[in-house]
Ligand binder design. Structure first.
Ligand code: PFF
Length: 444
């Protein structure tokens, strides 16, 4: 299976595809609601620490595993550690991808519903945005319809092949998304009363912090960077030998973090400025839960000229950002079935699509099921996957092979100090820190 493998066509394509996977609803929908729940600035500080100490070393590690094995997530461990139980780490990743799709597709469906509400102008006429969102949640058939449509759309891209589908779409929509986020952030900051939203985001205060802040922030970091389930292994397997893994990992982490922070700079100033009850705004934000984005943003659009146009553009770009993430999720599971069970790509895609729709239907009907899939995957399965991936690259893989991957067989001038720090982090910092956070989060 090694020789004929396709690779991404260009460096820009590689970054766009990897960043396209990372940047998605995790940044714009999940990050703000987790930040609200986690008490604001302290959550963000812990989150940034996780990106730096776990995120970047682990993206590099997944790239190494992918590029050196040229295989799907489970196949990669099998290839690098034949006969050893490491392949279970890959299998866990495939299962995690499947579970994430089971609730993620539902939120993708919400973005389509809101896109249509913006295009028809009905969003513009709403007075109570919270009630508007609740009416969507209380209508399973409407959610199921959009969820199925989004899943089929993802499947279509998976079938249309790696280069055309993933690379091209990411290259165009990423810069556009960035631009519209900046415009919305500027508009939000200029609202009267926006500054208290900014202080909630950036001025650390212990007032609303919860003991689970480390667990929550770590889960969010893994989720946002698409880490711990082999998504970056799968994409790394499409990299050619000239790609600088370290640089690419850093670029992905920086882009992903910038988008998340930008989303915060839109949502919080807008929420604080537009609330009718400033005294209870934090409780209101926490109560908004997964609906935060869909409740707060329409209020912001209504403060802008040609609000329908902004709303439609935003939800269209959000759906596209989500699409590049669902493509990466579905690719992990599809490639696994295709390579490990020798099913055709079509058959593999069909099976995954059907399975995701079943989970998506249950998540649309049951909020507890939705939350169960969200929490079990982001807070537990991804960090557990990351724990084992760091052990695998830090302790199991031959250090010479790891260095050769990092330096592209010695052709890149990578500082020895960096290589040593990287291995040190993977061996002595990442695994114990993940364990400590679990213990603290579950007992604290
Ligand atoms: N990183 C994506 C987001 O932030 O929306 C979600 C995701 C994609 C998680 C792919 C995991 C993954 F493998």
């Amino acid at each position: 299976m090694n020789e004929k493998r396709v690779t991404f066509a260009s460096k820009v394509g590689v970054i766009a595809a990897a960043a396209g996977s990372a940047v998605g609803l995790g940044n714009i929908w999940r990050f703000p609601s987790q930040t609200a729940d986690g008490g604001g600035a302290i959550f963000i500080l812990v989150y940034l620490g996780c990106i730096l100490f776990f995120g970047i070393p682990l993206i590099i590690s997944e790239f190494i595993v992918g590029r050196s094995s040229q295989a799907n997530t489970a196949g990669a461990f099998h290839e690098l550690a034949p006969g050893a139980p490491w392949k279970w780490v890959g299998r866990l990743g495939v299962l995690t991808g499947f579970i994430i799709m089971g609730f993620y597709m539902v939120v993708c469906g919400w973005t389509l519903d809101y896109l249509v509400q913006s295009l028809t102008g009905s969003l513009h006429k709403v007075n109570d945005f919270s009630a508007n969102f609740t009416s969507l949640l209380n209508n399973p058939l409407r959610q199921i319809f959009w969820m199925i449509l989004f899943t089929l759309l993802t499947a279509f891209f998976i079938l249309s092949g790696v280069k055309k589908g993933i690379e091209q779409s990411s290259k165009i929509m990423m810069p556009m998304l960035f631009l519209i986020l900046i415009i919305l952030a500027v508009r939000a900051i200029l609202l009267e009363g926006a500054s208290s939203g900014l202080s909630f985001l950036f001025m650390p205060s212990l007032e609303h912090v919860k003991p689970t802040v480390f667990l929550d922030a770590m889960g969010q970091a893994f989720f946002s960077l698409s880490l711990g389930m082999g998504c970056m292994i799968t994409y790394g397997s499409y990299f050619n030998n000239r790609i600088n893994l370290t640089k690419t990992a850093m670029q992905v982490a920086v882009l992903d973090t910038m988008v998340a922070i930008l989303a915060g700079v839109i949502i919080f100033p807008a929420a604080f400025a537009l609330t009718a009850n400033p005294g209870t705004i934090v409780d209101e934000l926490v109560a908004g839960g997964p609906g935060l984005l869909f409740i707060t943003l329409p209020g912001l659009f209504n403060q802008m000229p040609v609000s329908m146009l902004w709303a439609a553009m935003f939800f269209c770009l959000l759906a596209l950002a989500a699409l590049t993430s669902t493509i990466s999720l579905m690719e992990v599971v599809t490639l696994y079935l295709h390579e490990e069970y020798r099913l055709s790509r079509k058959m593999s895609t069909f099976i995954v699509t059907a399975g995701v729709i079943v989970l998506g239907v249950i998540s649309s009907i049951s909020a507890p099921f939705f939350n169960l899939l969200d929490i079990s995957s982001a807070k537990f399965m991804l960090p557990i996957g990351g724990f084992f991936i760091s052990l695998f690259v830090g302790w199991y893989l031959d250090k010479k092979m790891v260095y050769a991957q990092l330096t592209n067989q010695g052709t890149l001038k990578t500082a020895v100090g960096f290589l040593k720090t990287y291995i040190f982090l993977l061996r002595y910092i990442v695994p114990p820190a993940i364990l400590a956070i679990f213990v603290y989060g579950l007992t604290g």
